[in-house]
Design a protein around this ligand. Structure first.
Ligand SMILES: Cc1ncc(C[n+]2csc(CCOP(=O)(O)OP(=O)(O)O)c2C)c(N)n1
Ligand SMILES: [Mg+2]
Length: 336
C-alpha cells in the first residue's frame, strides 16, 4: 500500500477534521459493538464488518450533496451510518427486530432508506453495480444533476456485469461514480491471486471512462478525489472510476479462519496506516483539539453506540404475520 501523501500539516478546517474523526469513530465503535452482539448470539446470519475501511465512505460522503444516491454490497453498515441513517435503526435491523430499517426482516445485508437515498445492502457480489447505473439513468432521464455512488469490492471488479455496466454507463453518459473499495482480498483470495491486471481503475479506459487510484487510508485524499469525480459526473461528462486503496482489519465475515494472511500484515497496517489515527494526529498537531477533547468525543460516540445496542435489544421481534408482507408491491410506487 502506498505511503501517505498528505502532509502532516493540513489546511483542512478544524470543523471538517472533527467531523471526519467523529464519523469514522462512529463506524468503528458501531462495528465493534456489532461484533460483540454477534458473539453473544444476538445477530443471526451473515455479518461483514467495515473496520479499517472507514475513510473511504466518510471521505466520499463529504464530497456528496443532498439528493445524491448510494448503493453498496453486504459490507454496508459504514455506508448507512455515513449517509445519516440512525444507528438505532441499523442495529435493530442487525438483531432482526421490529424497529430495524427493514422491520427486522432484512438483517445486515438488506437495509434501505429512501429518505437518505441509500439503496442497499446487496448480498450477491457485484449485483449492485448495474443497479447503481440504473439509479443514475433515472436521474439523467428526469433531468436532475444528482450523482450515484456505486461501491463494490476488488473481487466484484472482476465480474462480467461490471464490464457491461461500464460500457453502457459511458455510452449513455450516466452520472455514476464507480467506487472500487480495493481492500486487497475477496474472502480469502488476494488480488495477486485473482488477476494479472491489478490496477482496476485502468480497466475503464477500455470503455472510455476516466478514473484514478486514491489512498483510502487518508480521508482528505479520498474527499479530494471524490470532489473531482463528482464534478466530472455532474457536468454531464459521464461516469468516473475511483479505485480506493484500503484494508479490512477483521475477517471477511464473522466466520473467517484468516489463513490467507499473517497477523503481522494486519498489525503493520493498523499501526502505520490507520485512517482514524491519521486524523487524530492532524487534530493534535494542528492544535485543533486536545487529548482530553478527543477522549470526550470518544466517550460521546460510545454512548451513542451503547444506546443503539440497548434500543435494539429492547425492540421486539417482528410478528409472525410479517412473514406474508413486503413480498409483492401492494400499490403502485408513487413518483419520488
Ligand atoms: C455472485 C456471488 N458469488 C459469490 C459470493 C460469495 N462471496 C461473498 S463475498 C465474496 C468476496 C467478494 O470480495 P470483494 O468484492 O473484494 O468485497 P469485500 O468482501 O472485500 O468487501 C464472495 C466470493 C456471492 N455472495 N455472490
Ligand atoms: Mg475485497
Amino acid at each position: 500500500m502506498a505511503t501517505r501523501k498528505t502532509p502532516a500539516k493540513s489546511n483542512t478546517s478544524k470543523e471538517d477534521l472533527l467531523h471526519f474523526y467523529r464519523q469514522m469513530l462512529l463506524i468503528r465503535r458501531f462495528e465493534e459493538k456489532a461484533g460483540q452482539l454477534y458473539g453473544m448470539g444476538l445477530i443471526g446470519g451473515f455479518c461483514h464488518l467495515y473496520i479499517g475501511q472507514e475513510a473511504v465512505v466518510v471521505g466520499l460522503e463529504a464530497a456528496a450533496d443532498e439528493g445524491d444516491k448510494r448503493v453498496t454490497s453486504y459490507r454496508d453498515h459504514g455506508h448507512m451510518l455515513a449517509c445519516g441513517m440512525d444507528p438505532k435503526g441499523v442495529m435493530a435491523e442487525l438483531t432482526g427486530r421490529r424497529d430495524g430499517y427493514s422491520k427486522g426482516k432484512g438483517g445486515s445485508m438488506h437495509m434501505f432508506s429512501k429518505e437518505k437515498h441509500f439503496y442497499g445492502g446487496h448480498g450477491i457480489v457485484g449485483a449492485q453495480v448495474p443497479i447503481g447505473a440504473g439509479l443514475a439513468l433515472a436521474d439523467k432521464y428526469k433531468g436532475t444533476d444528482r450523482v450515484t455512488f456505486t461501491y463494490f469490492g476488488d473481487g466484484a471488479a472482476n465480474q462480467g456485469q461490471v464490464a457491461e455496466t461500464y460500457n453502457m454507463a459511458q455510452l449513455w453518459d450516466l452520472p455514476v461514480v464507480f467506487v472500487i473499495e480495493n481492500n486487497q482480498y475477496a474472502m480469502g483470495t488476494s488480488v495477486k491471486r485473482s488477476t494479472r491486471s491489478p490496477d482496476f481503475w485502468e480497466r475503464g479506459a477500455a470503455y472510455g471512462i476516466k478514473g484514478e487510484a486514491v489512498d483510502g487510508m487518508d480521508v482528505l485524499a479520498v474527499k479530494a478525489a471524490g470532489e473531482k469525480a463528482v464534478a466530472h459526473c455532474r457536468s454531464g461528462k459521464g461516469p468516473y472510476i475511483l479505485e480506493v486503496m484500503t484494508y479490512r482489519y477483521r475477517g471477511h465475515s464473522m466466520s473467517d479462519p484468516a489463513k490467507y494472511r499473517t497477523r503481522e500484515e494486519v498489525q503493520k497496517i493498523r499501526e502505520e496506516r490507520d485512517a482514524i489515527e491519521h486524523v487524530r494526529e492532524l487534530l493534535l498537531q494542528g492544535k485543533h483539539a486536545t487529548d482530553d477533547e478527543l477522549k470526550a468525543i470518544d466517550k460521546e460516540i460510545k454512548s451513542i453506540v451503547n444506546e443503539a445496542a440497548e434500543f435494539a435489544k429492547e425492540s421486539p421481534e417482528p410478528d409472525v404475520s410479517e412473514l406474508w408482507t413486503d413480498i409483492y408491491a401492494e400499490e403502485a410506487p408513487q413518483e419520488a
